[in-house]
Design a protein around this ligand. Structure first.
Ligand code: PHE
Length: 339
């Protein structure tokens, strides 16, 4: 083979090796060029017939080509062997190893508390109702007997939108929407997002969740409310948790109370979670004010009902011992995977 032909053969060989797509094709290229009866052994054998001035060059080129092609074929073989890692590693891969399953997701503590609260109230006959996050001032304030001079209507406290609507500051407007569209008896809970212009710190967030309850019928009493919240407390926090009412004021309930649960961390003796008091404030509640019934077209003389609203984050923090509300919103996987 003269130098010209050999150069062509070399180029073809390298190209064929690079183009081989299967282990068999790689082997076929090897046999063609490097096999015992292949082209290269033949070139060496016929070296004596090459013109003397080309002989040295042909010998040198044939030798480098043999080495180069062998290396190229070897690396092609490794690339094609499956995982692209190379023959040594794939040979030691243990195919009997169990597979790696996908990591299971966990429920966010806020979702977990909402789902559980809905289930607990569900056992007492409450169904779920929902309302919009963007509310009218009528539903969020006016129909709830909250006058225009009330501090909660202030621009400092409420996110007002350009079109005169607002981001609801509480889930209570859903009470109004439900009563507007149904006749008594009404027994609903409504979980959802609320918004207030609070500066974020360990216990405040401008965006938080409440679950609201409303029971309206003809002979509903404060004792019914207390029994309902006590049952909820036991189911959510444990059988030893006590419930107490403190007098309070809300524009849309009369009388109004705040409802505390005894601290389940220290069982009432006082700790950091309850700030030494033994009690934790959980809900605002009361008997629906007759003026609210008037707004939704119910007869205030014959209709009675109670309402309550509580903070989901507050319950989640106490239940799971979460020291800072911001942990609930940062989506740090190290935090979330614990639940
Ligand atoms: N909406 C009140 C709040 O956000 C809580 C509440 C709900 C009070 C229902 C009474 C009745 O503070």
């Amino acid at each position: 083979m003269d130098l010209e032909t050999l150069k062509k053969t070399v180029a073809e060989g390298l190209e064929e090796a690079g183009a081989a797509q299967t282990a068999d094709a790689v082997e076929a290229v090897r046999i063609t060029y490097l096999g015992r009866k292949g082209l290269m052994p033949q070139v060496m054998k016929e070296l004596k017939t090459v013109a003397p001035e080309e002989k040295a060059e042909v010998g040198r080129l044939a030798n480098t080509f043999k080495k180069e092609l062998a290396e190229l074929l070897e690396s092609r073989r490794e690339e094609l062997s499956g995982d692209g890692k190379g023959a040594a590693e794939s040979a030691t891969f243990d195919y009997t190893l169990p597979g790696r399953g996908p990591r299971r997701g966990t429920r966010h503590p806020i979702s977990a508390v909402i789902e559980e609260a809905v289930a607990i109230f569900g056992r007492m006959g409450f169904t779920v109702a929902e309302g919009p996050d963007v509310e009218t001032p009528y539903h969020n304030f006016e129909a709830l007997n909250t006058p225009g001079y009330h501090p909660s209507m202030d621009r400092q406290d409420t996110f007002w939108l350009d079109d005169g609507k607002l981001l609801r500051t509480q889930t209570s407007p859903v009470q109004i929407r439900v009563m507007e569209s149904r006749t008594p008896p009404v027994r609903i809970v409504t979980p959802g997002r609320c918004y207030r212009r609070d500066t974020t710190d360990a216990t405040h967030s401008a965006n938080f969740h409440q679950i609201e309850g409303l029971y309206v019928d003809s002979q509903v009493s404060l004792a019914d409310l207390k029994g309902t919240l006590a049952y909820f407390a036991h189911e959510m926090m444990g059988p030893d948790v006590a419930v107490r009412f403190r007098p309070h004021f809300f524009p849309f309930t009369e009388p109004s109370v705040e409802c505390d649960f005894s601290c389940h961390v220290c069982s009432g003796s006082g700790c950091r979670v309850c700030k030494g008091s033994g009690w934790i404030e959980i809900a605002g509640a009361g008997m629906v004010d007759p003026r609210v019934f008037e707004k939704v077209g119910y007869d205030p003389e014959t209709t009675t009902g109670y309402a309550f609203g509580m903070g989901i984050e507050r319950i989640a923090m106490i239940r799971y011992g979460i020291p800072d509300i911001r942990l609930l919103y940062e989506n740090d996987m190290r935090f979330l995977r614990q639940f």
